[in-house]
Design a protein around this ligand. Structure first.
Ligand SMILES: [Zn+2]
Length: 342
């Protein structure tokens, strides 16, 4: 029998709680609605309106849509017209313009344009640090001084900046028998950054630390649990060091839920700086019930996704049973604060 054919069935009989609704209405700070407005595959199945009604049935009051590229901003804003209460858009800055002499003017004008369109924040994709190059062919660092103008403009306009830097540490290691994400990386070798002459995971975290530290008045939401859900001690130190740093938990309950004691302490300690997010993409199953179960229940040993072989690795997770006042902050109030403070 090959390992890939192994499908163990757990004989453990423990409490199973169903959570189709959360204990408080939710702001999902990390979603990707691209397929809806680009009409990819879902054009006949979903419209913005019926996606909204599905999400509302799961207790989602509002989403932040991060799936936008600079050239489609106007188009996307039109699609969401009339639904602004439900969907808030964060948009990116095109780093290719770094090579133009008037980069600062471009940044200024872009953010002013975004403001007029009702956009409320910026999104930085993970290709910063791993892909974007300047005209000398050098990879652009996240803490590059030339980008400083973006973070200053964001601060002046009260735009939080959602940054996705790096990826799980296992993606920076060889795809071998010691890699905990090996099955996933065999299926997606393009997600592996090892041996490609790219910065290491540690180097990207160092850039992230400097980016946040050099711009203490800009609010950064570091996606995917501050880039290092595998090491909450590190993320905790970063949050202590940088009062302008927030994190979202999107696509990381697989990591958080396999260290329930550490995670519960972490959520309790940093309850004012953690945002609910799922990385929801309309081409995927809705994972809201699993997120709610992880945050609210004390259930043990359950799946973090709906796959027979869990997508990230063959482990299960545990609920952390957070108190209602902490849940309210994480589900809703922390996000509301970032979106409304002026
Ligand atoms: Zn995402």
């Amino acid at each position: 029998m090959l390992l890939s054919e192994y499908r163990p069935f757990s004989e453990l009989i423990v409490k199973e709680t169903e959570y189709n609704k959360p204990c408080h209405s939710v702001i999902d700070f990390h979603t990707h609605f691209g397929p809806v407005y680009r009409g990819q595959r879902y054009e006949k199945t979903y419209t913005a309106k019926n996606i909204i009604s599905i999400l509302k049935s799961y207790g989602v009051e509002k989403v932040i849509d991060l799936e936008i590229f600079p050239e489609e901003v106007e188009h996307v804003c039109r699609i969401w017209e009339g639904q602004e209460e439900f969907c808030t858009i964060f948009a990116p800055i095109n780093f290719d313009y770094i090579n133009e002499p008037n980069f600062e003017t471009y940044v200024h004008k872009t953010i002013q344009r975004y403001k007029k369109l009702g956009i409320k924040g910026l999104k930085v994709w993970k290709n910063l640090g791993l892909e974007y190059k300047d005209k000398n062919g050098k990879l652009l660092r996240a803490d590059d001084k030339r980008l400083q103008v973006i973070w200053q403009e964001a601060e002046e306009n009260h735009f939080p900046v959602v940054v996705h830097l790096a990826d799980p540490p296992a993606f920076f290691k060889p795809i071998d028998n010691n890699n905990e994400r090996v099955e996933e990386l065999i299926e997606h070798p393009e997600w592996c950054f090892y041996g490609k002459g790219l910065p290491s995971f540690e180097e990207l975290l160092e850039q992230q630390d400097k980016l946040i530290g050099n711009n203490p008045n800009t609010t950064f939401v570091v996606a995917h649990c501050g880039s290092y859900a595998e090491n909450l001690n590190f993320v905790s130190e970063q949050l202590n060091k940088h009062p302008n740093m927030y994190i979202d938990i999107s696509a990381r309950i697989s990591e958080l839920g396999r260290q329930p004691y550490t995670a519960k302490k972490f959520f309790t300690k940093h309850q004012d700086r953690i945002l609910f997010g799922t990385d929801y993409y309309p081409t995927k199953d809705l994972l809201y019930p699993i997120y709610y179960r992880f945050l609210e229940s004390m259930d043990e040993y359950f799946n973090y996704d709906y796959n027979i072989i869990p997508a990230k690795g063959r482990w299960k997770i545990y609920g952390i049973g957070l108190e209602p006042d902490i849940l309210r902050k994480i589900y809703h109030d922390n996000a509301e604060y970032l979106l409304t403070r002026l």
